[in-house]
Design a protein around this ligand. Structure first.
Ligand SMILES: NC(=O)c1ccc[n+]([C@@H]2O[C@H](COP(=O)([O-])OP(=O)(O)OC[C@H]3O[C@@H](n4cnc5c(N)ncnc54)[C@H](OP(=O)(O)O)[C@@H]3O)[C@@H](O)[C@H]2O)c1
Length: 247
């Protein structure tokens, strides 16, 4: 447990909240007093997460690239909580294909989730949000650096970086803030699938802290961005990458 209750009474949505970074953030948000809706496609993963997270967690099954699924998510939030304070648009996916081998399907799949999914996750949340609201987008150190064969994924995360800057302007006068949290290599399923065990070792050695992040270390910064401790921050990219993209 944490001795701060910065998120007391707040309602949060976390896409991709059943696993990895999203799951760690859900745990942290609840520990700090929030009520959390997690969203994702695998029912088993959602069920396991809710069983672990306890009575202040709900799960809605769906895909961020399906507008009707997102409509059901926000209908569930509205029905149970009325309003929404925090959106962590964290669902994302990526795989490697070097230039020369890139396919239309690879581009569509990556951008449908990471870019289109992020846009509609946020746009559809806005009617439930108001002053004091906080939107957090999951970027990546890959949005800044070049990494072999990660062109499409990295371009999608560079797009996410810009969305926060543009939306900070679009949200003027609403009292809603929007920031990007950009993790570096973090020990999750996605990292294992995208990099493999050997690749994880290589990526872990590339940052000055010379290790992968624990997902909880990303969740802790998400809780800061969700809370009023970051009240004068909007349009920022917050790197939580062991220095990888900062050196
Ligand atoms: N791990 C890293 O090293 C790293 C580094 C930088 C950035 N990131 C970013 O961090 C975010 C979280 O990734 P993670 O590392 O925690 O991996 P993860 O454990 O695989 O989490 C990704 C989550 O997103 C969900 N998801 C994927 N596509 C979705 C869709 N179309 N609709 C709804 N949910 C979807 C997945 O659930 P379902 O498959 O059940 O839908 C899963 O719960 C991603 O945006 C990723 O790009 C990760």
């Amino acid at each position: 447990m944490h001795d701060v209750n910065r998120l007391d009474g707040k309602t949060a949505v976390i896409t991709g909240g059943a696993t990895g970074i999203g799951r760690a953030a859900a745990k942290r948000f609840i520990e700090e007093g929030a009520f959390v809706f997690i969203f994702g496609r695998r029912q088993e993963a959602l069920d396991a997460a809710v069983a672990d997270l306890g009575p202040n967690a709900r799960a809605v099954n769906g895909s961020v690239s399906d507008e009707a699924d997102l409509d059901r998510l926000y209908a569930a939030v509205k029905a149970e909580r009325g309003t929404l304070d925090i959106v962590f648009a964290n669902a994302g996916a990526g795989s490697q294909l070097p230039l020369g081998e890139i396919t239309a399907g690879h581009i569509d799949e990556t951008f449908d989730t990471n870019v289109k999914g992020t846009i509609f996750t946020v746009q559809k949340a806005l009617p439930l949000m108001g002053t004091g609201g906080s939107i957090i987008l999951t970027g990546s150190s890959a949005g800044t650096t070049g990494a072999p064969a990660f062109g499409v994924y990295s371009a999608s995360k560079a797009a996410v970086r810009n969305l926060a800057k543009t939306w900070a302007e679009d949200l003027k006068g609403t009292g809603i803030r929007v920031n990007v949290l950009s993790p570096g290599p973090t020990a999750t399923e996605l990292a294992k699938e995208a990099l493999g065990e050997e690749g994880m070792k290589v990526f872990a050695s590339m940052n000055p802290l010379q290790r992968m992040a624990d997902p909880a270390e990303i969740g802790a910064v998400a809780a800061f961005l969700a809370s009023q401790d970051s009240s004068f921050m909007t349009a920022s990219e917050v790197a939580v990458d062991g220095g990888l993209a900062q050196i």
